[in-house]
Design a protein around this ligand. Structure first.
Ligand code: ADP
Length: 385
């Protein structure tokens, strides 16, 4: 086997971008967005269709601090998936093991219940080895629990490892570049730079053509399809905040899940992952809720959920829950909602002769790599165009 020539990386506008000359397309595939979905697709294409030349384009860095990837929970679990998805999830887990090695950590995942149900065990027994976790709960509120397998990791690391591996195998990467798709496989590229007054401006613009264009721009992808390609989809987006809970957690602490709220042990404390209730309509900006007249920085729907859980999880009512004054004070990101459903699994969809959509969304931790691979297989089989 010959060793592939590594791809090129253009990180900033000081590096001239010379993708090849028209009319010969320099690339077979343009992937817009190097979050975990775009990066995973770039990697999968190097395996499934190594003859194709791919350019991965990202508006920010790798991973982008504004994307959903960097704030995703990073919890692989079957707890909320129908049985039909389990094989795909197991496939994803094997890939995560290969790509992340020791950065993937096995830990229990407990769903907490007020009432017994088939398969539940006493919460006290399941948490006997984890007194700090037990201390978060009013055990009377959640006497029963179901134990699931889980593995935690950092999705930002996954995006990085996937993209770097793809580059070693020949994929090119263009950072700090905003891509706009147009009909006919045309993509305009705005290479961005920061002025000395901290404004982000376009330094130069390029136009590329490719037989295949993949929108992997996360929550932006459905809007891009609609605005630039005139194609309406049923996909949507939602803004999810992930507040920090300062209660201590040990490195092997379980993930806890109660009434839709996930408490993910991270950095010796917890990250809270609230339920997504519904799509946020286009143009809607979430509103911050108030507690006793004081702004909290949490979007109203999430605040209401957390207030409803304060009796059962008393630590939520203490200063361990890090609040703010405005939405920007609490980490949060726009997530794609495939098919507009908070529970929908990652998906890919052919939009027109040249363009596919690749969406991660709330279950990307468990199924994202499999979905990216499924699209790569479709492209490799010649069904992409
Ligand atoms: P996913 O989980 O689907 O990968 P992310 O939001 O993490 O979702 O990834 C989408 C990526 O696409 C982000 O890194 C974001 O910066 C990037 N992106 C969004 N819009 C554009 C664009 N117009 N051009 C290039 N990159 C974009």
């Amino acid at each position: 086997m010959t060793t592939p020539t590594p791809g090129r990386v253009w990180a900033h506008v000081g590096q001239p971008f010379t993708p090849g000359s028209d009319p010969q397309p320099a690339y077979d595939v343009l992937i817009l967005g190097a979050g975990r979905m775009g990066s995973a697709l770039a990697l999968a294409l190097t395996e499934r269709a190594p003859h194709l030349k791919t350019l991965l384009i990202e508006e920010g860095g790798l991973p982008n601090e504004d994307g959903a990837t960097i704030l995703a929970p990073g919890v692989w679990t079957l707890a909320h998936l129908p049985a039909a998805q389990h094989d795909a999830a197991r496939w994803t887990l094997n890939r995560l093991r290969t790509l992340l090695g020791d950065d993937l950590q096995a830990r229990p995942y407990l769903t907490l219940h007020a009432e017994p149900a088939p398969g539940t065990q006493p919460t006290r027994d399941l948490l006997a080895a984890h007194p700090q976790s037990l201390a978060l709960l009013d055990p009377g509120a959640f006497p029963h629990a179901t134990a699931h397998e889980a593995h935690t990791y950092r999705p930002g690391t996954l995006a990085q490892v996937a993209a770097q591996t793809a580059i070693r195998r020949g994929t090119d990467l263009l950072l700090n570049t905003r891509a706009t798709p147009h009909p006919g496989g045309r993509v305009t590229l705005d290479r961005l730079t920061v002025t000395n007054t901290h404004a982000i401006v376009t330094h130069e613009t390029h136009t590329l053509h490719a037989p295949l264009v993949i929108l992997a721009t996360g929550a932006h992808a459905p809007t891009q399809a609609e605005h630039h390609l005139g194609l309406h989809t049923r996909h949507a987006r939602a803004y999810r905040q992930t507040p920090h809970l300062g209660a201590p957690s040990t490195p092997d602490a379980p993930v806890l899940h109660a009434h839709g709220l996930t408490l993910r042990p991270q950095h010796g404390a917890y990250t809270l992952i609230p339920t997504i209730h519904h799509r946020d309509p286009h143009g809607y900006t979430p509103q911050g809720g108030h507690l006793t007249g004081v702004p909290t920085g949490l979007r109203r729907e999430t605040l209401e959920d957390l207030v409803g859980l304060m009796d059962a999880l008393p630590t939520l009512a203490t200063s361990d829950l890090h609040l703010g004054r405005s939405l920007a004070d609490i980490p949060g990101a726009w997530l794609a909602l495939p098919h507009g459903h908070p529970d929908a699994t990652p998906t890919h969809q052919r939009l027109d002769d040249h363009t596919h959509l690749l969406l991660g969304g709330p279950h990307a931790d468990t199924l994202g790599l499999w979905t990216a691979d499924a699209l790569a297989r479709e492209i490799a089989g010649g069904r992409g165009q």
